[in-house]
Design a protein around this ligand. Sequence first.
Ligand SMILES: C[S@@+](CC[C@H](N)C(=O)[O-])C[C@H]1O[C@@H](n2cnc3c(N)ncnc32)[C@H](O)[C@@H]1O
Length: 246
Amino acid sequence: MAKNSAQFDPYEDDVFARIASKYDHLCDIFSLGAHRLWKRKMSSEIAATRGGVILDMASGTGDIALRVASKLAKQNTNTKIIASDICPAMLNIAETKARTKNLAESILRFQILDAHDLRSIPDNTIDIYSLSFAMKICDREKLIPEALRILKPGGMLYCLEASHIPVKPIHTAYMKYMEWCIPVIARIATGGDRSAHDYLLKGIHEMPNQKAFSQELGTYGFENVSHKNLSLGIIALHRAYKPKIH
Ligand SMILES: C[S@@+](CC[C@H](N)C(=O)[O-])C[C@H]1O[C@@H](n2cnc3c(N)ncnc32)[C@H](O)[C@@H]1O
């Protein structure tokens, strides 16, 4: 079976097109606002690196790409950020937000891309590949090799994803809370559209824990893989390097 924790297929279900206009509110509701802290952490780390060409994959409404762009816009770097997603409705919202925030087109551009097949991007051309809250809904056997291929030697992968609280009883209690709470809130917020929370819950359940996922990245050829637990490990921020000689 493909390593797709949520078993989501963007060509079968246009759930993100259906919820695009509500997506930012849903993130606030599901995480009680904490997604802003997690995303701020990841974008601050990315903005503090040497820059170059940053590909924010499955960018959605652009939370990571826009945060990185607004930090770098003040620094006069020659960084370029590509915000990309397979869903035009999500990316349109990202573009509108970028215009509202006056983020320079010279720094930020938008591109429809499928994380599973990046053949329009040549090998060894991207300095940083970032992905937030999409690893669990993508096929890792396709996404990770594509990320590795397009990264420059020494380039970095950042992945922010739901993970496991290392203390098992607390993790079990948290999952029980999520299983009860998310469907109720989601049904009200989406007007009964089950898809979004079904994928979310399935993805959180099936996504390997932080240690197993770090090992998995290593098996694809990434090195110096590390992670930082956020909010007790509910979320993990993974970092991995493409070897300098590849
Ligand atoms: C949960 S949202 C995350 C959005 C954003 N990164 C964030 O952190 O808020 C998942 C996004 O992944 C996109 N997506 C799903 N499968 C994809 C694929 N194969 N290639 C590119 N984007 C994909 C969806 O369209 C959606 O915008």
